[in-house]
Design a protein around this ligand. Structure first.
Ligand code: NAI
Ligand code: MG
Length: 359
Protein backbone atom coordinates (compact mmCIF):
# COMPACT_ATOMS: atom_id res chain seq x y z
CA UNK A 1 0.00 0.00 0.00
CA UNK A 2 1.31 3.42 -0.97
CA UNK A 3 0.60 6.32 1.38
CA UNK A 4 -0.08 9.59 -0.31
CA UNK A 5 1.41 12.52 1.59
CA UNK A 6 1.63 16.22 0.83
CA UNK A 7 4.80 18.05 1.77
CA UNK A 8 4.56 21.82 2.25
CA UNK A 9 7.96 23.19 3.33
CA UNK A 10 7.01 26.87 3.59
CA UNK A 11 9.38 29.64 4.65
CA UNK A 12 12.44 30.32 6.77
CA UNK A 13 13.82 27.10 8.25
CA UNK A 14 10.78 25.20 6.86
CA UNK A 15 12.57 23.73 3.81
CA UNK A 16 15.64 22.72 5.85
CA UNK A 17 13.76 20.84 8.56
CA UNK A 18 11.25 19.30 6.13
CA UNK A 19 14.10 17.92 4.03
CA UNK A 20 15.37 15.95 7.04
CA UNK A 21 11.91 14.65 7.97
CA UNK A 22 11.31 13.43 4.40
CA UNK A 23 14.70 11.70 4.39
CA UNK A 24 13.75 9.92 7.62
CA UNK A 25 10.40 8.80 6.16
CA UNK A 26 12.12 7.49 3.04
CA UNK A 27 14.51 5.48 5.20
CA UNK A 28 11.57 3.42 6.50
CA UNK A 29 10.43 0.33 4.62
CA UNK A 30 7.10 1.98 3.80
CA UNK A 31 5.94 3.08 0.37
CA UNK A 32 5.14 6.81 0.15
CA UNK A 33 3.88 8.91 -2.71
CA UNK A 34 5.38 12.27 -1.69
CA UNK A 35 4.33 15.42 -3.54
CA UNK A 36 5.48 18.92 -2.70
CA UNK A 37 3.94 22.36 -3.20
CA UNK A 38 4.86 25.83 -1.93
CA UNK A 39 2.93 27.41 0.95
CA UNK A 40 3.04 30.68 2.88
CA UNK A 41 5.41 33.40 1.75
CA UNK A 42 7.11 31.05 -0.73
CA UNK A 43 3.72 30.50 -2.39
CA UNK A 44 2.91 34.20 -2.30
CA UNK A 45 6.17 34.97 -4.09
CA UNK A 46 5.29 32.56 -6.91
CA UNK A 47 1.48 32.69 -7.11
CA UNK A 48 0.53 35.82 -5.18
CA UNK A 49 -1.38 33.74 -2.63
CA UNK A 50 -0.18 31.97 0.56
CA UNK A 51 -2.42 28.95 -0.13
CA UNK A 52 -2.70 28.58 -3.93
CA UNK A 53 -5.30 26.19 -5.41
CA UNK A 54 -2.72 23.51 -6.33
CA UNK A 55 -1.39 23.48 -2.75
CA UNK A 56 -4.85 23.20 -1.24
CA UNK A 57 -5.84 20.48 -3.73
CA UNK A 58 -2.75 18.44 -2.93
CA UNK A 59 -3.50 18.63 0.82
CA UNK A 60 -7.14 17.68 0.25
CA UNK A 61 -6.19 14.66 -1.88
CA UNK A 62 -3.55 13.41 0.55
CA UNK A 63 -4.14 11.36 3.68
CA UNK A 64 -1.69 13.56 5.52
CA UNK A 65 0.19 16.81 5.09
CA UNK A 66 3.64 17.42 6.50
CA UNK A 67 4.02 21.16 6.99
CA UNK A 68 7.23 23.06 7.79
CA UNK A 69 6.53 26.61 8.92
CA UNK A 70 5.42 29.86 7.35
CA UNK A 71 6.08 33.54 7.90
CA UNK A 72 8.70 36.19 7.52
CA UNK A 73 8.92 39.83 8.55
CA UNK A 74 9.07 40.84 4.90
CA UNK A 75 5.36 39.95 4.48
CA UNK A 76 4.22 41.95 7.52
CA UNK A 77 2.96 44.86 5.43
CA UNK A 78 0.67 42.69 3.25
CA UNK A 79 -3.10 42.80 3.78
CA UNK A 80 -4.11 40.07 6.25
CA UNK A 81 -5.56 37.67 3.67
CA UNK A 82 -2.19 37.46 1.88
CA UNK A 83 -0.05 36.93 4.97
CA UNK A 84 1.75 33.57 5.12
CA UNK A 85 0.00 32.58 8.38
CA UNK A 86 -3.36 32.60 6.56
CA UNK A 87 -2.28 29.37 4.83
CA UNK A 88 -2.54 27.41 8.08
CA UNK A 89 -5.97 28.84 8.85
CA UNK A 90 -7.11 28.05 5.30
CA UNK A 91 -5.88 24.45 5.55
CA UNK A 92 -7.53 23.96 8.95
CA UNK A 93 -10.81 25.34 7.67
CA UNK A 94 -10.96 23.49 4.36
CA UNK A 95 -9.83 20.14 5.80
CA UNK A 96 -12.08 20.50 8.86
CA UNK A 97 -9.16 19.93 11.25
CA UNK A 98 -10.95 20.21 14.58
CA UNK A 99 -8.55 18.33 16.86
CA UNK A 100 -5.12 19.70 17.69
CA UNK A 101 -2.79 17.26 19.45
CA UNK A 102 0.27 18.71 21.15
CA UNK A 103 2.48 16.37 23.12
CA UNK A 104 4.82 17.97 25.64
CA UNK A 105 7.63 15.54 26.20
CA UNK A 106 10.84 16.26 28.04
CA UNK A 107 13.44 13.69 27.13
CA UNK A 108 15.44 12.77 30.25
CA UNK A 109 18.65 13.78 28.45
CA UNK A 110 17.31 17.33 28.07
CA UNK A 111 16.08 17.81 31.63
CA UNK A 112 18.35 20.82 32.07
CA UNK A 113 16.86 22.52 28.98
CA UNK A 114 13.75 23.43 30.94
CA UNK A 115 13.79 26.48 33.13
CA UNK A 116 11.90 24.40 35.69
CA UNK A 117 13.48 22.13 38.24
CA UNK A 118 14.42 18.69 36.87
CA UNK A 119 12.55 17.06 39.76
CA UNK A 120 9.35 18.74 38.52
CA UNK A 121 9.65 18.10 34.79
CA UNK A 122 12.15 15.31 34.13
CA UNK A 123 10.43 12.55 32.18
CA UNK A 124 7.38 14.70 31.48
CA UNK A 125 5.16 13.10 28.84
CA UNK A 126 1.72 14.67 28.49
CA UNK A 127 -0.64 15.21 25.58
CA UNK A 128 -2.83 18.30 25.23
CA UNK A 129 -5.80 18.00 22.90
CA UNK A 130 -7.22 21.34 21.90
CA UNK A 131 -10.48 21.83 19.99
CA UNK A 132 -9.50 23.96 17.03
CA UNK A 133 -12.52 25.11 15.04
CA UNK A 134 -15.10 26.34 17.57
CA UNK A 135 -15.37 28.35 20.78
CA UNK A 136 -15.02 32.11 21.23
CA UNK A 137 -12.51 32.32 18.36
CA UNK A 138 -15.22 31.60 15.79
CA UNK A 139 -18.54 32.27 17.59
CA UNK A 140 -20.96 34.75 16.08
CA UNK A 141 -21.98 37.48 16.63
CA UNK A 142 -18.78 39.39 17.26
CA UNK A 143 -17.66 42.90 16.58
CA UNK A 144 -17.51 46.41 17.90
CA UNK A 145 -20.58 48.52 18.51
CA UNK A 146 -22.27 50.98 20.76
CA UNK A 147 -23.17 49.05 23.93
CA UNK A 148 -26.94 48.45 23.80
CA UNK A 149 -27.71 48.31 27.54
CA UNK A 150 -26.32 47.95 31.06
CA UNK A 151 -23.85 50.08 32.96
CA UNK A 152 -21.93 50.97 29.80
CA UNK A 153 -24.88 51.73 27.51
CA UNK A 154 -23.95 54.07 24.70
CA UNK A 155 -20.22 53.53 25.12
CA UNK A 156 -18.30 51.72 22.37
CA UNK A 157 -17.64 48.05 23.16
CA UNK A 158 -15.97 44.99 21.68
CA UNK A 159 -17.70 41.60 22.01
CA UNK A 160 -17.31 37.95 21.03
CA UNK A 161 -19.49 34.88 21.46
CA UNK A 162 -18.36 31.72 23.25
CA UNK A 163 -20.30 28.71 21.99
CA UNK A 164 -20.03 24.98 21.35
CA UNK A 165 -22.54 22.73 19.63
CA UNK A 166 -23.14 19.29 21.13
CA UNK A 167 -21.62 17.46 18.13
CA UNK A 168 -18.49 19.59 18.37
CA UNK A 169 -17.97 18.66 22.01
CA UNK A 170 -18.76 14.98 21.40
CA UNK A 171 -16.24 14.58 18.62
CA UNK A 172 -13.36 16.27 20.45
CA UNK A 173 -14.21 14.38 23.65
CA UNK A 174 -13.99 11.12 21.67
CA UNK A 175 -10.56 12.09 20.34
CA UNK A 176 -9.54 12.66 23.97
CA UNK A 177 -10.87 9.32 25.21
CA UNK A 178 -9.38 7.40 22.26
CA UNK A 179 -5.98 8.99 22.89
CA UNK A 180 -6.22 8.27 26.63
CA UNK A 181 -7.13 4.66 25.84
CA UNK A 182 -3.89 4.30 23.81
CA UNK A 183 -1.85 5.79 26.67
CA UNK A 184 -2.45 5.56 30.41
CA UNK A 185 -6.27 5.58 30.41
CA UNK A 186 -6.55 8.91 32.22
CA UNK A 187 -8.26 11.95 30.72
CA UNK A 188 -8.58 15.39 32.32
CA UNK A 189 -11.16 17.71 30.80
CA UNK A 190 -10.39 21.37 31.40
CA UNK A 191 -13.12 24.01 31.49
CA UNK A 192 -14.45 26.94 33.50
CA UNK A 193 -17.79 25.39 34.44
CA UNK A 194 -18.05 27.43 37.65
CA UNK A 195 -18.51 30.59 35.58
CA UNK A 196 -19.31 29.81 31.94
CA UNK A 197 -22.49 28.26 30.57
CA UNK A 198 -20.52 26.96 27.54
CA UNK A 199 -18.22 25.15 29.96
CA UNK A 200 -21.05 23.60 31.99
CA UNK A 201 -22.47 22.31 28.71
CA UNK A 202 -19.00 21.04 27.69
CA UNK A 203 -18.69 19.19 30.99
CA UNK A 204 -22.13 17.58 30.74
CA UNK A 205 -21.39 16.29 27.23
CA UNK A 206 -17.91 15.01 28.14
CA UNK A 207 -19.45 13.08 31.05
CA UNK A 208 -22.01 11.62 28.67
CA UNK A 209 -19.33 10.54 26.18
CA UNK A 210 -17.34 8.97 29.05
CA UNK A 211 -19.98 6.21 29.26
CA UNK A 212 -18.60 4.87 25.95
CA UNK A 213 -15.15 4.60 27.54
CA UNK A 214 -15.58 2.84 30.90
CA UNK A 215 -11.89 1.86 30.86
CA UNK A 216 -10.76 5.52 30.91
CA UNK A 217 -10.77 7.52 34.16
CA UNK A 218 -12.20 10.98 33.57
CA UNK A 219 -11.44 13.99 35.76
CA UNK A 220 -12.35 17.67 35.44
CA UNK A 221 -10.34 20.75 36.28
CA UNK A 222 -10.99 24.47 36.06
CA UNK A 223 -8.66 26.16 33.63
CA UNK A 224 -7.11 28.53 36.17
CA UNK A 225 -6.22 25.61 38.40
CA UNK A 226 -4.93 23.64 35.37
CA UNK A 227 -2.60 26.54 34.53
CA UNK A 228 -1.19 26.36 38.08
CA UNK A 229 -0.93 22.57 38.20
CA UNK A 230 0.92 22.50 34.85
CA UNK A 231 3.71 24.48 36.50
CA UNK A 232 3.53 22.92 39.96
CA UNK A 233 3.23 19.21 39.11
CA UNK A 234 2.83 18.71 35.35
CA UNK A 235 3.50 14.98 35.50
CA UNK A 236 0.20 14.52 37.34
CA UNK A 237 -1.46 14.95 33.94
CA UNK A 238 -1.57 12.44 31.15
CA UNK A 239 -4.07 13.48 28.45
CA UNK A 240 -5.84 16.86 28.69
CA UNK A 241 -8.81 17.72 26.48
CA UNK A 242 -10.06 21.29 26.31
CA UNK A 243 -11.68 23.96 24.16
CA UNK A 244 -10.04 26.27 21.68
CA UNK A 245 -9.12 29.28 23.82
CA UNK A 246 -8.09 27.37 26.95
CA UNK A 247 -6.14 24.92 24.79
CA UNK A 248 -4.34 27.71 22.99
CA UNK A 249 -2.99 29.04 26.26
CA UNK A 250 -2.35 25.75 28.07
CA UNK A 251 -0.56 24.16 25.10
CA UNK A 252 1.85 27.10 24.88
CA UNK A 253 2.37 26.92 28.64
CA UNK A 254 3.09 23.19 28.39
CA UNK A 255 5.53 23.81 25.53
CA UNK A 256 7.55 26.04 27.82
CA UNK A 257 7.76 23.29 30.44
CA UNK A 258 10.04 21.44 28.08
CA UNK A 259 12.09 24.54 27.33
CA UNK A 260 12.97 23.33 23.86
CA UNK A 261 10.65 24.60 21.16
CA UNK A 262 12.75 22.79 18.55
CA UNK A 263 11.58 19.43 19.98
CA UNK A 264 7.80 19.76 19.96
CA UNK A 265 5.62 18.19 17.26
CA UNK A 266 1.91 18.71 16.65
CA UNK A 267 -0.97 17.14 14.77
CA UNK A 268 -4.32 18.51 13.63
CA UNK A 269 -6.93 15.93 12.65
CA UNK A 270 -10.37 15.75 11.09
CA UNK A 271 -13.02 13.07 11.53
CA UNK A 272 -11.51 10.81 8.84
CA UNK A 273 -8.07 11.00 10.47
CA UNK A 274 -6.77 13.15 7.67
CA UNK A 275 -4.16 15.34 9.30
CA UNK A 276 -1.80 18.26 9.16
CA UNK A 277 1.50 17.66 10.95
CA UNK A 278 3.87 20.47 11.84
CA UNK A 279 6.45 21.47 14.42
CA UNK A 280 5.06 23.74 17.16
CA UNK A 281 7.63 26.41 16.39
CA UNK A 282 7.56 28.98 13.59
CA UNK A 283 9.81 29.71 10.62
CA UNK A 284 12.70 31.09 12.75
CA UNK A 285 13.87 33.64 10.16
CA UNK A 286 16.76 34.57 12.47
CA UNK A 287 18.51 31.24 11.81
CA UNK A 288 17.12 30.36 8.35
CA UNK A 289 19.62 29.21 5.73
CA UNK A 290 22.36 28.59 8.28
CA UNK A 291 21.91 24.84 8.58
CA UNK A 292 21.61 25.01 12.38
CA UNK A 293 17.85 24.56 12.95
CA UNK A 294 16.71 21.62 15.02
CA UNK A 295 14.82 19.20 12.73
CA UNK A 296 13.58 16.95 15.55
CA UNK A 297 10.18 18.64 16.06
CA UNK A 298 9.47 18.04 12.37
CA UNK A 299 10.82 14.48 12.43
CA UNK A 300 8.63 13.79 15.49
CA UNK A 301 5.67 15.37 13.63
CA UNK A 302 6.30 12.87 10.83
CA UNK A 303 6.15 10.12 13.47
CA UNK A 304 2.78 11.47 14.66
CA UNK A 305 1.62 11.39 11.03
CA UNK A 306 2.47 7.69 10.85
CA UNK A 307 0.63 7.02 14.11
CA UNK A 308 -2.54 9.08 13.67
CA UNK A 309 -3.21 9.30 9.91
CA UNK A 310 -1.47 6.29 8.37
CA UNK A 311 -2.10 3.68 11.06
CA UNK A 312 1.61 2.82 11.22
CA UNK A 313 2.18 3.04 14.98
CA UNK A 314 5.08 0.59 14.82
CA UNK A 315 6.96 2.82 12.38
CA UNK A 316 6.18 5.87 14.56
CA UNK A 317 7.67 4.04 17.55
CA UNK A 318 10.82 3.35 15.51
CA UNK A 319 11.32 7.04 14.72
CA UNK A 320 10.70 8.09 18.32
CA UNK A 321 13.17 5.47 19.56
CA UNK A 322 15.74 6.70 17.02
CA UNK A 323 15.34 10.28 18.31
CA UNK A 324 15.84 9.10 21.90
CA UNK A 325 18.93 7.24 20.79
CA UNK A 326 20.63 10.22 19.12
CA UNK A 327 19.91 12.31 22.21
CA UNK A 328 21.38 9.68 24.49
CA UNK A 329 24.44 9.58 22.22
CA UNK A 330 24.88 13.26 23.12
CA UNK A 331 24.09 14.86 19.75
CA UNK A 332 22.54 18.34 20.01
CA UNK A 333 21.62 21.14 17.65
CA UNK A 334 22.53 24.62 18.89
CA UNK A 335 19.14 25.29 20.54
CA UNK A 336 19.52 22.32 22.94
CA UNK A 337 23.32 22.31 23.20
CA UNK A 338 24.99 22.06 26.59
CA UNK A 339 28.67 21.76 27.48
CA UNK A 340 29.73 18.14 27.31
CA UNK A 341 27.45 17.28 24.38
CA UNK A 342 28.27 17.25 20.65
CA UNK A 343 26.96 20.15 18.58
CA UNK A 344 25.61 19.17 15.15
CA UNK A 345 23.82 20.95 12.30
CA UNK A 346 20.41 20.25 10.78
CA UNK A 347 21.57 17.70 8.19
CA UNK A 348 23.90 15.90 10.60
CA UNK A 349 20.99 15.49 13.01
CA UNK A 350 18.94 14.00 10.16
CA UNK A 351 21.82 11.66 9.30
CA UNK A 352 22.07 10.54 12.91
CA UNK A 353 18.34 9.74 13.17
CA UNK A 354 18.51 7.70 9.95
CA UNK A 355 21.54 5.83 11.24
CA UNK A 356 19.78 5.17 14.56
CA UNK A 357 16.75 3.78 12.69
CA UNK A 358 18.95 1.11 11.18
CA UNK A 359 20.57 0.23 14.50
P1 NAI B 1 9.70 30.99 16.00
O1 NAI B 1 9.17 29.75 16.62
O2 NAI B 1 9.90 30.98 14.54
O3 NAI B 1 11.10 31.36 16.68
C1 NAI B 1 11.24 31.66 18.08
C2 NAI B 1 12.70 31.42 18.51
O4 NAI B 1 12.94 30.00 18.55
C3 NAI B 1 13.72 31.99 17.53
O5 NAI B 1 14.84 32.45 18.25
C4 NAI B 1 14.12 30.81 16.69
O6 NAI B 1 15.42 30.88 16.16
C5 NAI B 1 13.98 29.65 17.65
N1 NAI B 1 13.60 28.40 16.97
C6 NAI B 1 12.37 28.11 16.46
N2 NAI B 1 12.38 26.91 15.88
C7 NAI B 1 13.63 26.43 16.02
C8 NAI B 1 14.29 25.23 15.60
N3 NAI B 1 13.65 24.26 14.93
N4 NAI B 1 15.59 25.08 15.90
C9 NAI B 1 16.26 26.02 16.58
N5 NAI B 1 15.72 27.17 17.00
C10 NAI B 1 14.41 27.37 16.70
O7 NAI B 1 8.70 32.17 16.42
P2 NAI B 1 8.74 33.73 16.01
O8 NAI B 1 10.14 34.21 15.92
O9 NAI B 1 7.79 34.37 16.93
O10 NAI B 1 8.09 33.80 14.56
C11 NAI B 1 8.83 33.77 13.34
C12 NAI B 1 7.87 33.64 12.18
O11 NAI B 1 7.21 32.38 12.25
C13 NAI B 1 6.77 34.70 12.18
O12 NAI B 1 6.55 35.10 10.87
C14 NAI B 1 5.56 33.95 12.73
O13 NAI B 1 4.36 34.47 12.29
C15 NAI B 1 5.80 32.59 12.16
N6 NAI B 1 5.13 31.49 12.89
C16 NAI B 1 4.67 30.46 12.14
C17 NAI B 1 4.09 29.36 12.72
C18 NAI B 1 3.68 28.24 11.83
O14 NAI B 1 4.10 28.17 10.69
N7 NAI B 1 2.85 27.33 12.30
C19 NAI B 1 3.90 29.27 14.18
C20 NAI B 1 4.51 30.37 14.90
C21 NAI B 1 5.08 31.44 14.27
MG1 MG C 1 -0.96 30.01 20.60
Amino acid sequence: MTHKIAVLPGDGIGPEIIEQAVRVLKALDVSFDVKEEPVGGAAFDRYEHPLPPATLKLAQESQATLFGAVGDWKYDSLPREFRPEQAILGLRRSLGLFANLRPAILYPELANASSLKPEVVSGLDILIIRELTGDIYFGQPRGQRSAPDGAFAGEREGYDTMRYAESEVRRIARVGFEAARKRNKRLCSVDKANVLETSQFWRDIVIDVSREFPDVTLSHMYVDNAAMQLVRAPREFDVIVTGNIFGDILSDEAAMLTGSIGMLPSASLNSSNQGLYEPSHGSAPDIAGKGVANPLATILSAAMMLRYSLDLAGQADRIEAAVRRVLSEGLRTADIYEPGTTKVGTAQMGDAVIKALAA
